[in-house]
Design a protein around this ligand. Structure first.
Ligand code: B12
Length: 438
């Protein structure tokens, strides 16, 4: 069979005023450019586990949700879904099936809502795809009728036995960043976390040598690639993290990852991360102080317990030459309109190199979605296209929807000007210059 893997590229947002700001504010434009062209690691893994004897090709849908004509030549098309583009993915699937092409849908969104997806696909896969995909391929090759397949009915994926993702299928497309995974899962259970649907398995680290093997495969194709670790929480295990960094250091990389604030507890790890080329860690701080954080992480109230140490943690990480991208969720239940100034002041005070602000968003399959639905606070419960993190689709407790929107816009205007960026970044840059000079 001819099998096409179709990824949906780009970022999504609908709020017209925010979009306009996004096009003009330096801080927004910079990050959008960086992420605009990340390939789909999930699909590259599926390609790698496809049984031999099939012809494989990787494509990107356009930012407007249109598909390249070449996918119509395939016998089977695998599409990966996020909620924000679920309707676009369904529309593509409908068009493909109308022209006789079989479609398999997988990924976070359809894992949460398989019955919805089954109306648009021949095969729907719930959960991690590596063990299920060969079965889908066999079913499609045999023209077997469609159905929903659940990863829980297959052996769990052993992350110590993952193949090299088929980065080679990306061809000559100008990706500016590549993703590699070093670990899957996270020990924490934040109420809003949209990875939860995939996190049934516990936190699992990959063997360091295999991560190096994958990185080398990327470097063979793109020697100057910037790497994003597509992990849920990389440095949960500090000793393994040190081993990973020691192994990555000789490769001369530049990379970015997402991890929790406890990374700041271990200065040796921070040193090794910097030496291994870690340029930035994205940390979900969520709120600039304890207000709003209580109960948000549902296992150990981790975020609340850590909030008092946020400023010190940022200082420690940034002192080691790694910038922090501090993420704040606006509109948590404990947030009133004072949160906007609080985030601004916190970012200024801590000289946060990068700040990300997004709205609280109820993704399907999350505990937050269930709770807000129960409380009658979802405005348009099935508008998955609004699950962008930049569109409000619920009623906050501590302010009106309009106040939340206005606060977000105003805060964006203040946080992302060239002057504000420079003010927050200058101390880090000065330290870096001093380090280089010494
Ligand atoms: C890298 C990344 C991106 C890249 C994606 C590149 C790409 N083309 O895939 C970019 C930067 C483009 C991106 C964009 C967005 N992202 Co993003 N992103 C991530 C991140 C950090 C890692 C994803 C990843 O690579 N995982 C590793 C792979 C191996 O796992 P996987 O994709 O889930 O694939 C496995 C299974 O799902 C399954 N599978 C997947 N697809 C298929 C298909 C078939 C047919 C089958 C059988 C199986 C299958 O098998 C795979 C292997 O086991 C996650 C956070 C996280 N830690 O997961 C957020 C995350 C996925 N993003 C998120 C969001 C919200 C967005 C945006 C909406 C943000 C925005 N406003 O624009 C956009 C979506 C725009 C769009 N085009 O749809 C949410 C999604 C929640 C949801 N339910 O939709 C996440 C979870 C982060 C969060 N905030 O909670 N993102």
């Amino acid at each position: 069979m001819k099998i096409a893997f179709l990824a949906m590229s780009g970022i999504r947002a609908h709020d017209p005023e925010l979009l306009e700001l996004g096009l003009t504010l330096p801080g927004f434009v910079e990050r959008s450019r960086q992420v605009a062209a990340l390939p789909s690691l999930g699909l590259l893994y599926l390609a790698a586990v496809t049984p031999a004897g099939h012809e494989l090709a990787y494509y990107e849908a356009e930012g407007d949700g249109s598909e390249p004509e070449e996918v119509y030549a395939a016998d089977l098309v695998a599409i990966s879904t996020f909620s924000a583009q679920a309707f676009e993915a369904y529309a593509i699937a409908d068009r493909l099936r109308a022209r006789g092409v079989k479609v398999a849908l997988g990924g976070l969104h359809v894992s949460a809502l398989p019955e919805e997806a089954a109306r648009h696909a021949d095969y729907v896969v719930i959960g991690e795809g590596e063990h299920v995909w060969p079965r889908v391929v066999a079913l499609a090759a045999a023209n077997a009728p469609g159905r929903i397949l659940d990863a829980r009915d297959f052996a769990p994926v052993d992350v110590a036995a993952l193949p090299v993702p088929r980065y080679d299928l990306l061809g000559a497309r100008p990706y500016n960043r590549y993703t590699v995974q070093t670990a899957r899962g996270c020990p924490w259970r934040c109420e809003f976390c949209a990875s939860t649907v995939m996190l049934r398995e516990r936190y699992r680290r990959r063997p360091v040598a295999e991560v190096v093997r994958d990185v080398e495969a990327i470097l063979a194709l793109a020697p100057d690639a910037f790497l994003e670790l597509a992990d849920d929480n990389t440095f949960v295990d500090k000793e393994w993290g040190k081993e990973l960094c020691r192994a990555l250091a000789p490769l001369g990389l530049k990379w970015f990852t997402e991890t929790d604030v406890s990374v700041a507890d271990d200065p040796e790890l921070l040193e090794l991360m910097a030496a291994a080329g870690c340029r930035q860690v994205l940390v979900g701080l969520e709120a600039p102080g304890a207000a709003g954080l209580a109960g948000l992480e549902q296992r150990a109230d981790f975020k609340r317990a850590r909030a008092a140490g946020y400023a010190d943690a940022i200082a420690r990480i940034q002192e080691h030459g790694v910038t922090v991208n501090g993420c704040f969720v606006l509109g948590l239940d404990g947030h009133g309109p004072e949160v906007f100034d609080a985030v601004y002041d916190f970012a200024e005070r801590t000289a946060l190199y990068e700040v990300q602000i997004t709205y609280l968003t109820a993704f399907p399959g999350t505990p937050l979605y269930t709770r807000l639905a129960r409380e009658g606070r979802l405005i348009e419960p099935e508008r998955w296209d609004l699950c962008t993190l930049f569109d409000v689709n619920y009623r906050p407790l501590g302010m009106s929807v309009d106040a939340l929107r206005a606060g977000m816009r105003d805060l964006s205007r203040r946080l992302y000007t060239a002057e504000a960026l420079e003010r927050r970044r200058a101390p880090f840059r000065a330290r870096r210059r001093a380090r280089r000079a010494s």
